[in-house]
Design a binder for this molecule. Structure first.
Ligand code: ADP
Ligand code: MG
Length: 386
């Protein structure tokens, strides 16, 4: 599937710059099986890189200026590497400017390069095209100029670039884009960045994303509010249980015992977070045991937590998950990503994929007048130099 993308990207580079690229990089999007809104709450998450990628072609150009072409947008920009890097009004360029700034600020030295890139990761659907863009750019510059940057630091630099662009994201997206392995999910401790791989064998079930095709504008403001609410909740827990350093050290019983010490909203948020961290541990055990029905049950629990306690769902996502819950061919479903739109992740019984897609398409179109999109995803390797 990615062969054509690679061919087109390389051909575009050759047409634009008159020579073959020195380096070609694939940088994947990601899914998250479970552990939602947990990365910035320092708990465990269970992401994986997928077979949807941004393909980059790079060469040095022996100047102090870099020229970058976004094939999909038919846009390009140049950046003088001797000048201070500043934010631009053209948003997509900021992810690349941010990466260049982070590399420079952290003492990495490199010169001008030419770059073209093209992608088959849906943009803004929660598959983290932005992290793929950041990490692929860092990987390309590192490879071209032989910079010594470890995988973990590629993720951290990518995250810092995204903060500079203005999104106060956690580490999960960049980490999974870089560290992905074929057929493995990554249990990542977002506090220490320790991680372990678990086999991603979903047995009789296929992983299918349903893209709601909506993105409600609440996203950014509510995201920032959740962060503040969780910080407030954690500080209340800490003040009563000094041994608690982060949500991972806290139990559901402790949270319940503090119910009347917090506002209802803050209680709901932290109750979700502590339960969700426990669900990630249970999900790993279920995967290891090949118990996909139990994994699916956990996904539904996560969704209802995200919808009722964390309040980051919307009627489109709730309808998709409620319908999935009643469908015998779907063993688990939940909203994936930040919420207020984007995708649901579904475990669909093999052999029933087409029936499920037909049924959900019609229902969704009839209810909301919006087309539902589907992505069959395979769990794949992280950022790769071809
Ligand atoms: P996502 O969930 O896909 O990460 P974001 O809003 O965080 O959504 O990031 C999407 C942004 O990343 C786009 O608006 C654009 O600025 C940039 N981007 C992603 N893919 C591409 C691409 N193929 N070409 C140019 N810019 C891209
Ligand atoms: Mg993003």
């Amino acid at each position: 599937m990615n062969d054509i993308l690679i061919q087109n990207t390389v051909a575009f580079f050759e047409k634009s710059f008159g020579s073959s690229p020195e380096k070609t990089v694939l940088s994947p999007g990601r899914i998250n099986i479970i552990g939602e809104h947990i990365d910035y709450n320092d708990g465990y998450v269970l992401p994986a890189a997928i077979d949807k990628v941004i393909c980059f072609a790079f060469s040095k150009n022996n100047t102090k200026t870099s020229k970058i072409i976004a094939i999909d947008l038919n846009e390009e920009f140049e950046i003088d590497l001797t000048q201070e890097v500043k934010l631009s009004d053209v948003v997509w360029t900021n992810y690349i400017r941010g990466v260049i700034k982070q590399l420079q600020d952290n003492g990495f030295s490199f010169e001008g390069f030419n770059c073209v890139f093209s992608s088959n990761i849906p943009v803004g659907s929660g598959l983290s095209s932005s992290a793929a863009l950041e990490c692929g750019t860092i990987f390309g510059i590192k490879s071209l100029f032989d910079l010594k940057i470890e995988k973990k630091d590629i993720s951290l630099l990518g995250q810092k670039a995204e903060h500079w662009v203005g999104i106060n994201c956690g580490i999960m997206d960049q980490f999974s884009s870089v560290h992905g392995l074929e057929n493995k999910v990554i249990k990542l401790d977002c506090n220490t960045l320790d991680f372990e791989y678990h086999n991603a064998d979903f047995k009789d079930y296929s992983l299918i994303l349903f893209d709601s095709n909506v993105k409600h504008s609440l996203f950014t403001s509510e995201y920032n509010t959740r962060r503040i609410e969780c910080e407030e909740g954690l500080s209340i827990i800490k003040s009563h249980f000094p041994e608690v350093k982060s949500f991972r050290d806290s139990s559901v019983e402790q949270v319940l015992s503090l119910k009347n010490k917090m506002s209802e909203k803050v209680f709901d948020r932290v109750h979700f977070v502590v339960k969700e961290i426990n669900r990630v541990i249970k999900a790993c055990e279920a995967l290891d045991a090949g118990n996909i029905e139990l994994l699916g049950e956990l996904l539904f629990e996560t969704h209802y937590g995200l919808s009722k306690e964390y309040e980051v769902s919307c009627e489109e996502l709730d309808m998709l998950v409620d319908t999935a819950k009643e469908d015998d061919a779907i063993v688990g479903s939940r909203l994936m990503g930040g919420g207020f739109g984007g995708c649901t992740i579904n475990l669909v019984k093999k052999g029933h994929e087409n029936d499920v897609k037909r049924k959900f398409s019609k229902l969704y179109l009839d209810t909301f007048g919006i087309e539902l999109k589907f992505y069959d995803v395979k769990i794949s390797n992280g950022t790769t130099l071809l």
